[in-house]
Design a protein around this ligand. Structure first.
Ligand SMILES: [Zn+2]
Length: 464
């Protein structure tokens, strides 16, 4: 494949390619709203028709929610296979009055496309599709076998597509899969996201006496649910060191390698500047790790909400009979959400003992994901981004969770490269979502360059 020709193809066709994305963005594919079911299907069909026009075989895969799409263009058994992920559904748009222009009437201003889904994830994965088109039309034939897996319920059910993956294991077989659902840290640094944290969330409810009690009459006699909850929370994480105190919490933790720590330190990050930007005096961190490492490469525990007692107007001298906290933990390889849940549940029950009645509800979980900075697929991604954007690409770690990624790693056993093209200011899930036109076109070039890189790698290794 001739990469210069693929890039020239994108340059020569850019207006048409942008128009195609605009048409795609006009479809209000909100998966959370029943009345948009037909639009979600139409958005999936938009990708299906596009991929078929590029010679892809396509299949619609039913799920318990909106169906997804699988597509494949097989070139040769001697070539490696790249699987590309995307999702066509979008978040709801309210509050509508905060949008500068209607969310499904895309417009271009200040070099950006403004519309719901412009970045997350229509713009990002359409850039991948355009990259494939350019590799094919501009470059001759695809330098690798290419498959797509496209979800239509990521923003709502979230796990519907993941649930059917094991059934399609053989079809999903690939050497590497590429996810464009992340962002650059800033305009000047294209980036590969090396890691995601897993998650386990739960809710703890502590109940005391049969009802609210007069605190003058009963204060000092009864155990108070809020006080018991405070004791529990205080014993789950050490305030001074930032270490989680649940026994066994760190048992399976893979410490980040020096290579990973060095890789993520490439990012422009000055603690004092970040603190100022967040309106705080200083940043927190786990002892032994920087704030950036603590927020990405290390596991942690957060109390997301507390409820209890009287918080209304004025004052009420009362001992509330119930206190509740929502807690989530961010996990790293090889922590297992289920095992972590069992440990924290045991610890909470132990701490409460006979001082109250505990109910614990387990919420969603997601596995963590790390890729090796030295992986040839990651290195290929860095080269592709660098040549496409004309700026040296760096590596990032993300503190959040995208459960689909580790699930696909599990099913395929393949490497994953998270090559997202967005920017932090793209307003994902918020009013005025946008995506820079340059990132759309640059993303398409990076996608084409990545196929060339992977194709060349297989040749060099004399694969199969
Ligand atoms: Zn999203």
């Amino acid at each position: 494949m001739n990469l210069d020709k693929a890039f020239a193809y994108i340059d020569a066709n850019q207006q048409r390619l942008i128009d195609e994305l605009i048409h795609f963005l006009q479809i209000p594919s909100i998966s959370a709203h029943k009345e948009h079911d037909a639009d979600v299907a139409a958005a999936l069909d938009y990708d299906r028709r596009k991929l078929e026009s590029l010679g892809f075989m396509t299949e619609v895969w039913p799920t318990r929610a909106h169906a997804g799409l699988f597509a494949e263009r097989h070139v040769s058994n001697d070539l490696p296979t790249v699987l590309i992920y995307g999702h066509v559904d979008v978040q709801p748009v309210d509050p509508l009055n905060l949008w500068t222009s209607p969310p499904f009437e895309p417009r271009i201003a200040d070099g950006k496309i403004w519309a719901r889904g412009a970045d997350d994830n229509k713009g990002q994965h359409y850039a991948q599709i355009v990259g494939v088109e350019a590799a094919l039309r501009g470059g001759g034939e695809l330098p690798a076998n290419v498959k797509f897996i496209i979800e239509a319920d990521e923003e709502h059910d979230g796990e519907a597509m993941a649930a059917v993956l094991p059934k399609h294991r053989e079809k999903l077989a690939c050497d590497v899969f590429v996810v464009s659902d992340s962002n650059f840290p800033d305009r000047d640094h294209p980036a590969i996201t090396l890691s995601l944290r897993g998650i386990q969330a739960l809710e703890v409810t502590i109940t005391g006496a049969s009802g609210d009690k007069h605190s003058g009459e009963w204060g000092g006699i009864l155990y108070e649910p809020i006080d018991v909850l405070r004791w529990v929370l205080q014993n789950l994480k050490d305030f001074e060191t930032g270490r989680v105190l649940v026994p066994g919490f760190y048992d399976d933790v893979d410490a980040p390698t020096p290579a990973t720590r060095a890789a993520i330190a490439q990012r422009l990050w000055v603690d004092a500047d970040v603190a100022r930007a967040q309106g705080v005096k200083r940043l927190s961190h786990e002892v032994g790790y920087t704030p950036l490492e603590s927020g990405t490469l290390r596991p942690t525990l957060q109390v997301n909400g507390i409820q209890g007692g009287y918080t209304g107007e004025g004052f009420k001298t009362v001992i509330g009979n119930q206190a509740r906290a929502k807690i989530s933990m961010r996990l790293v390889p090889r922590q297992n959400p289920e095992k972590i849940f069992d440990s924290i549940e045991r610890r909470i029950r132990e701490l409460v003992g006979d001082k109250g009645t505990v109910a614990i509800h387990r919420f969603g979980a997601g596995l963590p994901f790390w890729s090796d900075p030295d992986s040839p697929y990651v290195q290929a991604g860095l080269r592709a981004l660098t040549v496409a954007f004309g700026k040296p690409a760096i590596m990032l770690a993300m503190g959040g969770s995208i459960p689909f990624v580790p699930q696909l790693v599990q099913v395929t056993g393949a490497s994953c490269v998270m090559m997202g093209f967005g920017l932090p200011e793209d307003n994902l899930h918020a009013p005025d979502e946008n995506f820079p036109v340059a990132n759309f076109l640059g993303g398409a070039k990076a996608a084409a360059a990545y196929l060339a890189e992977v194709g060349a790698m297989a040749g060099a290794a004399g694969r199969k």
